[in-house]
Design a protein around this ligand. Structure first.
Ligand code: ZN
Length: 153
């Protein structure tokens, strides 16, 4: 008896998608239009979420959509990072010529983090705890790319 053969397709398929981000992320991205960071807060344990969440993982409760929203500032601290030659978004040309930095940033007042490029970072700046600030796109349109990345404070 021979082993089962699993065939794989090696080609790549390009497809464009439109998808609805849901009520909570809708509020988040609406805030981006005014260059605002909107977070939601768990009424039980007080955890603050950026990006906002529907359910608090600690308390296992659904967070009400119309309550407990707070506006946070545009400053935060680096809690993790990577320097890579690999592109995140382009699978056809995975390896780029230059190195790019990406950081996981905890916005001041939140208990979670968001990931965006780190702009103009030297290797020495890549340290946990480095204070950063959001660099907004000039004309935000209410989507994830309104944040260009983080710069050092
Ligand atoms: Zn909670």
């Amino acid at each position: 008896m021979t082993e089962k053969v699993i065939e794989k397709n090696k080609g790549l398929v390009k497809a464009d998608f439109a998808f609805w981000v849901g009520l909570y992320m809708d509020k988040f991205y609406d805030g981006f239009e005014q260059k605002k960071i909107m977070a939601n807060k768990c009424p039980e344990c007080g955890s603050v979420f950026v990006p906002p969440r529907k359910i608090c993982g600690k308390c296992r409760i659904k967070l009400p959509i119309d309550e407990n929203w707070i506006e946070l500032g545009d400053k935060g601290k680096l809690i993790n990072f990577t320097r890579t030659a690999y592109k995140v978004s382009d699978r056809r040309a995975r390896k780029s010529k230059s190195l790019k930095d990406y950081g996981m940033v905890q916005i001041e007042g939140s208990d979670t983090a968001i990931v965006y490029p780190l702009i103009d970072f030297e290797e020495n700046d890549l340290k946990m705890g480095t204070e950063v600030k959001i660099q907004w796109k000039e004309n935000p349109s209410g989507g994830p790319s309104d944040i260009e990345g983080f710069v050092k404070l």
